[in-house]
Design a binder for this molecule. Structure first.
Ligand code: BGC
Length: 718
């Protein structure tokens, strides 16, 4: 792939501005043309003034040193007799300073900032006789400074529409490295939705603010007629403060600004080589009074197809569901990120494992995760350690229980949802290396102790000043060690590997865990003991959990580790009403509390805003973190009652857990075997459960089990 092409750039050193490359050629008879291309940085190509393809922020984000995706575009329809290909290139993830909090003396960060961006491409032209000509990036191409005067992932973009690109030069050749090139694997990032302005208003401080009414990830397109040199400047934000003023201190060091200098006449522009997470814009300069028709927000995300939907008879719950879908779309930008706005936007493994089941029910994310798991395997160290983020931009040697366990949990869930064994085959060795790493590094045999972990991150029971909930870190780590070992054993059995040694290990971990942790102290400890099947007396543990929640005033204390499982732990052992009580609770802390406070995506913290409207902190306060949105998987499985009986929904058990507190709940799910639908509703106090199944299934209602063939059915409960 691209064997003959050379890496070309404006300079051997990083350039302050973006670069634009040019290749012109004459073309007479031809039948087919293709552009093969990749970049160190992010690029956008046009041929004869028309955009090539629709991949935004190409070539996407991977473990670049080992895996750099190459795109192939068919450009036959764009080729003319005289041709000019132009490619703009910005720093992107390759050389923007990321992440923001790493000290300047960190060599790795310096390294990334100092890497020059570069282009590698080939134009393949086939004439009518089948003869192929290939134009490769080399000394003969041209390059210049682009009208994009600045572009970085966190800080934004500066564009001078009147800047004339005149200073075309011959590029420098950086090198001819091809070893890390791979074909495009992931879904492409595309412009998927447009959101119109909801209102433009003045804040008490006198700022002019544009509100799109929905948090999105992407950028804003502006259009207006102006004079050459007129300036437009705006900054992005997610929320207003309690006085109603613009606020984005929670973006930390990410400036998230756009600066545009107009050309004479009509201007239409949006950033091309960066993106933002935002709902609001603070307008700092605009040539006239800003109007709604000047702006439109463009939501970008990976081209994942929606497969699930849930609707209920409760308006607030429906808003939460919408927030969860937006939370997913806005963070599935080639890599599953923690958040799209502040100086992180990283592929945090813990967040991804917490959300993967929900993600795979909401959208078809098989291809999206297949690519990311390939990066995870590359990021995994020789000794089996799995880093906190993938691609591993932190590269600090840190790892944690529940984060690194993404290596077992994610492939396992994807196998469950899609029935595709390649997730197991591809990742078995990585899972095994990970379990072996814990076994080799733990301080206590058959448990996992003695490392730095994130614990039950952001649990509300955290001691003052800590971000880690009160659950014992060794408890959490040992529970995940057990769970990963169990997954490894089950995976091995399914793909015929010898896992006898891990069966023995698993049995020992469970015994040692039970001896070491006979009692549970926090909500999350109870939850993990139940869902990872570690409790010796599950029914008693569930009863204790229910009592504890009641004693805590029905307030969840769980963080990233406990929250995805708490409702499952309750309803699995007969505490369905309590599960619904937590789901439908609107007081702090709860999912619907954020809805009451006007959220349009899922918050990082239960108390992003506290009850007085104050921010819990400036430092770690994202209003778009999908992790707690994992609650939607409980709605599909338990509330709607759709349980996978055989991987890939090849066989289903329908067993809804209902409540009188909701008038109805309806779910549609596109599975690999066809469309599944359920709806339950109360008809004069009687439960009506409607089911459509594409596969043979079993319905369990009020203790009665009915086998059904594919079709649509109505059942009546008590
Ligand atoms: C991220 C989280 C992540 C955590 C790990 C944060 O800064 O935003 O979502 O999982 O760090 O501790």
């Amino acid at each position: 792939m691209l064997e003959k092409a050379k890496w070309i750039s404006l300079s051997e050193k990083p350039t302050a501005t973006c670069q634009v490359f040019r290749k012109t050629w004459q073309q007479t008879e031809f039948s087919q043309a293709e552009l093969w291309i990749t970049a160190r940085g992010v690029y956008e190509a046009t041929l004869n003034g028309k955009r090539v393809g629709d991949f935004v922020l190409a070539p996407g984000w991977t473990e670049y040193d080992e895996r750099l995706q190459v795109q192939r575009y068919v450009i036959t329809d764009l080729v003319k007799a005289t041709n000019e290909l132009q490619i703009e290139l910005g720093k992107g993830w390759y050389s923007s300073p990321m992440p923001g909090w790493i000290a300047d003396d960190n060599e790795d960060k310096r390294g990334r900032m100092e890497r020059p961006t570069a282009l590698l491409a080939e134009i393949h032209l086939t004439d009518a006789t089948g003869k192929k000509t290939i134009l490769v990036t080399d000394e003969q191409w041209e390059v210049a400074e682009s009208a994009i005067r600045f572009s970085e992932i966190y800080d934004g973009e500066t564009y001078d529409a009147g800047f004339l690109v005149t200073d075309w030069q011959r590029p420098v050749i950086l090198d001819e490295t091809h070893e890390n090139l791979i074909a495009q694997e992931g879904e492409m990032i595309q412009e998927k939705e447009r959101v119109a302005v909801k209102r433009i208003f003045q804040t008490p401080k006198g700022e002019t603010v544009v509100d799109f009414g929905q948090e999105v990830t992407g950028y804003v397109e502006i259009q207006l007629t102006a004079q050459r040199g007129a300036e437009i400047k705006f900054t992005h934000g997610e929320v207003l403060d309690k006085e109603g003023n613009f606020y984005n201190a929670n973006y930390r060091s990410a400036k998230a600004q756009v600066h545009y200098i107009c050309q004479e006449g009509y201007n239409q522009y949006h950033p091309k080589l960066t993106f933002f997470g935002f709902r609001y814009l603070k307008i700092e300069a605009f040539p006239e009074t800003p109007r709604a028709d000047h702006f439109s927000a463009i939501a970008i995300y990976s081209d994942i197809k929606q497969t699930g939907s849930i609707e209920t008879g409760n308006v607030q719950l429906n808003q939460l569901i919408s927030n969860i879908f937006w939370g997913q779309k806005t963070n599935f930008v080639d890599v599953p990120t923690d958040c799209p706005q502040r100086d992180e936007r990283l592929g945090w493994t813990g967040d991804a494992q917490a959300f993967v089941k929900a993600a795979s029910y909401n959208y078809d994310v098989a291809r999206f995760f297949k690519k990311w798991l390939a990066d995870l395997r590359v990021a995994q160290k020789e000794n089996g350690m799995v880093p906190d983020v993938v691609p591993d931009y932190l590269n600090d040697g840190h790892y944690s229980a529940a984060w690194a366990d993404a290596v077992t949990i994610i492939p396992w869930q994807l196998y469950q949802t899609y029935g595709d064994k390649s997730f197991l085959v591809d990742n078995f060795e990585a899972m095994q290396k990970w379990v072996d790493f814990v076994t080799a590094t733990t301080e206590t045999e058959n448990l996992w102790t003695g490392t730095l972990y994130f614990g039950d991150w952001l649990g509300l029971d955290a001691p003052a000043g800590s971000l880690m909930g009160s659950s014992r870190v060794d408890f959490v780590a040992s529970a995940f060690y057990a769970n990963s070992t169990r997954i490894l054993v089950e995976t091995g059995r399914l793909i015929n590997r010898d896992v006898r040694q891990y069966e023995t290990l698993y049995a020992k971990i469970v015994t040692t865990f039970r001896e070491t942790f006979p009692t549970y102290e926090t909500q999350t400890e109870h939850v993990l003991a139940l869902v990872f099947e570690l409790a010796s007396d599950p029914q008693q543990t569930a009863a204790d959990l229910a009592k504890k929640i009641e004693a805590d005033g029905f307030k969840m204390q769980t963080g990233f580790v406990g929250t995805p499982h708490i409702l499952h732990a309750l309803s699995r052992f007969g505490y369905t009403e309590l599960a619904y009580k937590l789901l439908l609770r609107t007081a702090f802390p709860s999912w619907l509390y954020s809805v009451e406070m006007g959220a349009t995506t899922v918050w990082e913290h239960w108390d992003g805003f506290n009850e007085h409207g104050d921010f819990w902190s400036e430092d770690m306060n994202s209003f778009n973190h999908y992790a707690y949105g994992s609650v939607i998987d409980w709605m599909y499985e338990e509330a709607a009652g759709i349980h996978i009986q055989q991987a890939g929904f090849k066989e289903i058990v329908f067993e809804p857990k209902v409540t009188k507190d909701l008038p109805w709940l309806a779910v549609c799910m596109e599975t690999p075997h066809g469309l599944v639908k359920t709806k339950w509703s109360w008809r004069e106090e009687q439960l009506c459960y409607e089911v459509t199944t594409p596969v043979a299934a079993c319905v369990r209602l009020d203790g009665v089990e009915t086998k059904i063939a594919p079709g649509t059915y109505t059942f009546w409960g008590k």
